[in-house]
Ligand binder design. Structure first.
Ligand SMILES: CC(=O)SCCNC(=O)CCNC(=O)[C@H](O)C(C)(C)COP(=O)(O)OP(=O)(O)OC[C@H]1O[C@@H](n2cnc3c(N)ncnc32)[C@H](O)[C@@H]1OP(=O)(O)O
Ligand SMILES: O=C([O-])CC(=O)C(=O)O
Ligand SMILES: [Mg+2]
Length: 293
């Protein structure tokens, strides 16, 4: 199974206390933000802080993937952010407000140059493209297929909903975009991350949203608060009943194969390849993250 990316925890790159302690919460990925969570007057100091934090061995020791959200390359900060992220050793760059594949191609050229200069293997730094506009949603497939560096695309709901001239409601306002981004990711064979849920005190609302995006097929979600990590990981772990059933399916499939049967039956239900593959996915999720508590 590929790397687990259920939780991607955002934190403001200007917040020294959060930067030095966030590993204790053990998200799958941590995202040092240099874009919208950092004020204009803190852009330079935040970049320096993030550069130094990336070099702390503790994030690697905890197996946490490090991602830097840079400012757009159209701003005066973007290129400096990219230099700091790559020289600092970030695993991936999150490009905000990605509207086209062309923007990823421009980013790649700079990344290759900086990797060469810093002695990093060319191509080793990954990209996550954040989709934050109607144009980005319409272009999601070409964005998702634009580079072998892309490890995922992320739905960014705040800016997207402003562009759509609406706001957060019952989820119907995001349904088309969520599906489009997810389909693009699946066609491209990369991960899909859902949007931030901003009311950190509303655990019930958060879990409802997590159930929806998990059911749609998202790999995980961008988060803004450590209190959201455990409930998310737990929701993504299979239940004991799901694990038991998956084990029965795999045992029945192995038995059927020994007997040379193409189609087998378990408790009166037909078991075929899609069901066996889905059972294998449940088992690998269980092996990676345990059973739901
Ligand atoms: C639209 C966008 O662009 S979203 C992406 C950019 N936004 C962000 O990065 C915001 C990140 N999140 C935050 O800054 C904060 O969680 C807030 C402002 C949302 C809420 O802050 P608080 O109410 O102080 O959170 P809370 O009381 O749960 O904090 C508890 C502890 O977790 C820490 N913490 C909170 N959020 C984070 C975080 N994202 N990463 C790491 N640590 C965090 C706090 O520092 C605090 O630590 P302490 O107990 O050692 O003092
Ligand atoms: O990228 C994200 O997940 C958060 C964000 O900027 C947005 O929703 O506009
Ligand atoms: Mg945004």
């Amino acid at each position: 199974m590929s790397r687990l990316r259920r939780s991607m925890l955002f934190l403001p790159g200007s917040n020294a206390a959060m930067l030095s302690t966030a590993f204790v919460y053990q998200p799958d990925s941590i995202m040092f933000d240099l874009e919208d969570a950092v004020s204009l007057r803190e852009k330079d100091s935040a970049r320096l802080l993030v550069f130094h934090t990336l070099q702390l061995p503790i994030y690697k020791e905890f197996g946490i993937e490090t991602i830097v959200r840079i400012n757009s390359l159209k701003t005066e900060f973007g290129l400096k952010d990219l230099e700091a992220a790559i020289w600092g050793g970030a695993d991936a760059i999150r490009l905000p407000k990605t509207d086209s594949a062309q923007e990823i191609h421009e980013l790649e050229v700079h990344m290759a140059r900086i990797e060469k200069a810093s002695g990093r293997e060319v191509g080793s730094t990954k990209i996550v493209a954040a989709i934050e506009s109607a144009l980005g949603v319409v272009n999601a497939l070409s964005i998702a297929q634009s580079s072998p560096r892309l490890m995922g695309i992320a739905m960014a709901a705040f800016d997207y909903l402003v562009d759509m001239q609406t706001q957060r409601g019952d989820g119907s306002e995001l349904f088309y975009a969520r599906c489009a981004v997810l389909h693009a990711a699946r066609v491209a064979g990369i991960d899909a991350f859902d949007a931030v849920f901003s009311d950190v005190d509303d655990e019930e609302g958060f879990l409802k949203e997590v159930e929806l995006i998990k059911h749609l097929g998202y790999n995980g979600k961008s988060l803004i608060n450590p209190r959201q990590i455990l409930p998310l990981h737990n929701a993504y772990s299979p239940t004991q009943a799901e694990v038991d059933y998956a084990q029965q399916v795999i045992a029945a499939a192995e038995e059927g194969e020994k007997k040379g049967l193409g189609v087998i039956s378990l408790n009166g239900k037909m078991i075929d390849n899609p069901i066996i593959n889905s059972a294998r996915r449940v088992i690998s999720r269980y092996e990676a993250s345990g059973v739901r508590q």
